[in-house]
Design a protein around this ligand. Structure first.
Ligand code: GLN
Length: 205
């Protein structure tokens, strides 16, 4: 019988993976820092962290993780991409670098570094109805925006100007901001991680 507690692999090649592992630890969920294909064998869900999508993509290939990640996506293993991770998941990217390795799985088009230089990094409260009434304090760090979504994609959050910043397509989840460092009333806001864990649990049951 499989272990009832979910194990979450966090791709730990570059970027903000430690903050995700810290949130999982706070939630009492086993998080595994993934650097090699064998680290993914027993995971029930995968987080692709923020960082630099070009670097993470290159390292993904160097460490032999791209094929196994594609297989996991095909097998319906839940995957959550935050920021650079969302770029890696998107089927289309307006301004990917030539030859930039991508997983290209979610039916969305994204624009990298979408918020011009004045708003390269900013924080704002975002309404995310699936997380409940309290707004989510979202930190954007040279984040992407979702410019178009396919018919099977649910929009989970938009900014006041209509920019799409959180999406879900079945077992694939994407956020343009960084829930791993979000706070609510002086504490960590773990609602997005809970939401992802619910997707993972629903697949495991
Ligand atoms: N601008 C980065 C990229 O294109 C993403 C930034 C982030 O993940 N905070 O990959």
């Amino acid at each position: 019988m499989s272990n009832p507690e979910p194990r979450i692999g966090v791709i730990a090649l570059q970027g903000d993976f430690e903050a995700h592992l810290a949130v999982l630890a706070e939630l009492g969920v086993e998080g595994i820092a993934v650097r090699l294909p064998q680290h993914l064998h027993t995971v029930d869900g995968i987080i692709l962290p923020g960082g630099e999508s070009t670097t993470i993509g290159k390292l993904m290939i160097e460490y032999g993780l791209d094929d196994v990640l594609q297989r996991k996506i095909q097998a319906g293993v839940p995957i959550w991409g935050t920021c650079a991770g969302l770029i890696l998941l998107a089927k289309e990217t307006d301004n990917a670098l030539l030859g930039q390795p991508l997983l290209a799985s979610m039916d969305i088009r994204v624009r990298r570094n979408a918020f011009g230089s004045q708003r390269e990094s900013f924080e704002t409260d975002v309404s995310v109805p699936v997380l409940g009434e309290a707004p989510f304090h979202a930190l954007f760090i040279r984040g992407p925006v979702v410019e178009a979504v396919g018919p099977g994609v649910e929009v989970l959050a938009t900014l006041d100007d209509g920019a799409i910043v959180a999406v879900r397509q079945g077992t694939l989840l994407g956020t343009a901001f960084h829930p791993e460092v979000a706070q609510i009333q002086g504490r960590r806001d773990t609602r997005f991680h809970h939401y992802f864990l619910r997707i993972v649990q629903s697949i495991k049951l």
